[in-house]
Design a protein around this ligand. Structure first.
Ligand SMILES: Cc1cc2nc3c(=O)[nH]c(=O)nc-3n(C[C@H](O)[C@H](O)[C@H](O)COP(=O)(O)O)c2cc1C
Length: 187
């Protein structure tokens, strides 16, 4: 039996009352159902981040180990003024080599109807600079207040299909890249 893929879900905002948490927990739940995949929630609110420096100088050993172990990342992020939360970027910047040649998929969350398409577009060049390999399927939790009730219960069942299509693609890419990392020496 191959080692399970490890695909943690990063929740990208610390905001009180964040609806992105409903989306992240739902994506986590769907990922947990996949055979041969291990996952867990990484909440930026819980990371002991320093603010007197940036980048690898403030690496958090436990987070760095999770990034080293992972075969891919699922980022669930709200759109804040068409961009990504500063804390998400601050956390991601603490690692670099850990991410190289690993898959990443992004789920955007917004109160507006575009479902975080703009934050996803803005994150793509960041992902590339970190060495991550993006998939071409996203999940857009638009009008998130209509997708989940206030307790995080799913109101819109179409998201089961959408998240599973996203996971199909991410798992495929994570498998391909793991095969490459393990079998094809870098040029
Ligand atoms: C600082 C800030 C900026 C925001 N900017 C946008 C935006 O550009 N577009 C949008 O659709 N919603 C915007 N929103 C609303 C969020 O999309 C909304 O709060 C949604 O529930 C997802 O964010 P949350 O996880 O913080 O709840 C913004 C919210 C905050 C707190």
């Amino acid at each position: 039996m191959a080692t399970p893929l490890y695909l943690p879900v990063i929740l990208g905002t610390p905001r009180q009352g964040r609806r992105s948490e409903h989306a992240a927990r739902f994506v986590l739940e769907q990922t947990q159902k996949r055979a041969g995949v291990e996952t867990e929630l990484i909440d930026v609110r819980e990371l002991p981040l320093a603010f007197n420096d940036a980048g690898e100088q403030i690496k958090i050993p436990a987070f760095s180990d999770q990034m080293k172990r992972c075969d891919g990342l699922i980022i669930v992020t709200p759109e804040y003024n068409h961009g990504y939360p500063g804390l998400l970027k601050h956390a991601l910047d603490t690692n670099l080599e850990e991410y190289i040649h690993k898959a990443v998929g992004i789920c955007g969350v917004s109160a507006g109807s575009f479902g975080g398409t703009r934050v996803i577009e803005h994150l793509l060049p960041v992902m590339r600079e970190l060495g991550l390999v993006t998939i071409f399927t996203d999940v857009n939790f638009g009008k998130v207040q209509d997708v989940f009730d206030e307790h995080g219960g799913l109101r819109d069942e179409s998201f089961v299909r959408r998240v599973n299509g996203f996971l199909d693609e991410l798992i495929w890419m994570a498998r391909v890249l793991r095969h490459g990392r393990e079998n094809i020496p870098p040029a």
